[in-house]
Ligand binder design. Structure first.
Ligand SMILES: C[S@@+](CC[C@H](N)C(=O)[O-])C[C@H]1O[C@@H](n2cnc3c(N)ncnc32)[C@H](O)[C@@H]1O
Length: 267
């Protein structure tokens, strides 16, 4: 399969998505509950990290969780089985060719997917087609430009920038959080509301130091190492120094900030 998904489908990235979802569960899913009997599409479910949280938080709703990657769906199915969750079915689907009837879902949930699409607005329109009138769509995206940390060295900034640049080179936008509002508005959705969900981490929240700085952020940056070095954007030594410096933000004197954006709108 050839598409522009920057993080790839390795086991490391699978574990990273699960750590990320677990750590961010309350921050991102607060306020997202679906009524019993409603049919919800989760688009770009990946390895099922958000699926487990969604299904548990809304046990009476029925979820269809879809992704372009068969391998990811297989992981997600396994995760759902292991967690004895029964209100989810899976479908392999490309967002640009959804195999669902018009207006067949009461609600839609999309998390960390639009940033990987070359044409996110088109992706949104495709989703809106399958959403019932009056139904809600929830979109959660990050914004890599919202990231700052201490200590902040040039070497650490450089590896972080490699991630942003590589995603941009693939035609995708890791700075999409800041334009979620115009994107949603541009599709003529109603009642568009976007709110920032900020993560701030220091030593007083050790779970976040591990789950967010090390296992989410640094693991995500590490995922583009091969591509960054092979492209000549950075050499192996500078890369190593940048990663070492990023780890300093997880040391007792370090801090880390990042903002996610959660948009909700109605059709
Ligand atoms: C960063 S992952 C997020 C997975 C999950 N939502 C989560 O938060 O853990 C992005 C997912 O979008 C999927 N994806 C990328 N392009 C897609 C497309 N055109 N159609 C459907 N899924 C796509 C990828 O396969 C990947 O699983």
């Amino acid at each position: 399969m050839k598409h522009s998904y920057v993080h790839g489908y390795s086991r490391k990235q699978l574990i990273r998505l699960q750590d990320q979802a677990g750590t961010l569960s309350e921050l991102l899913h607060e306020g997202t509950r679906y009524p019993g009997g409603s049919r919800v599409l989760e688009m770009g479910c990946g390895t099922g990290a958000q699926t487990v949280i969604l299904a548990r938080n809304s046990p009476g709703a029925r979820f269809v969780s879809a992704d372009i990657s068969r391998k990811s769906i297989q992981c997600a199915e396994k995760l759902i089985r292991e967690n004895r969750i029964t209100n989810v079915e899976f479908e392999q689907a490309d967002i640009s060719a959804l195999p669902f009837a018009d207006e067949s879902f009461d609600h839609i949930f999309v998390c960390f997917v639009l940033e990987h699409l070359r044409d996110p607005e088109r992706g949104l329109r495709a989703l809106i087609r399958v959403l019932k009138k009056g139904g809600s769509i929830t979109v959660i995206e990050g914004d890599h430009g919202s990231c700052f940390f201490h200590p902040e060295t040039e070497a650490a900034r450089r590896v972080w920038k490699c991630l942003v640049d590589i995603q941009s080179e693939l035609g995708c936008d890791s700075l999409i959080g800041r334009r979620l509002f115009p994107l949603l508005r541009g599709t003529k959705l109603k009642k568009v509301r976007v709110a920032p969900r900020m993560v701030y981490v220091d030593r007083t929240t050790p779970g976040w130091v591990t789950g967010f700085i090390k296992q989410t952020i640094i693991a995500m940056v590490q995922g583009v190492r091969a591509r960054a070095v092979a492209s000549g954007r950075i050499d192996a030594k500078a890369w190593q120094k940048g990663i070492r410096d990023l780890y300093k933000t997880a040391s007792p004197g370090g801090t880390f900030c990042y903002t996610f954006f959660k948009g909700i709108a109605r059709k």
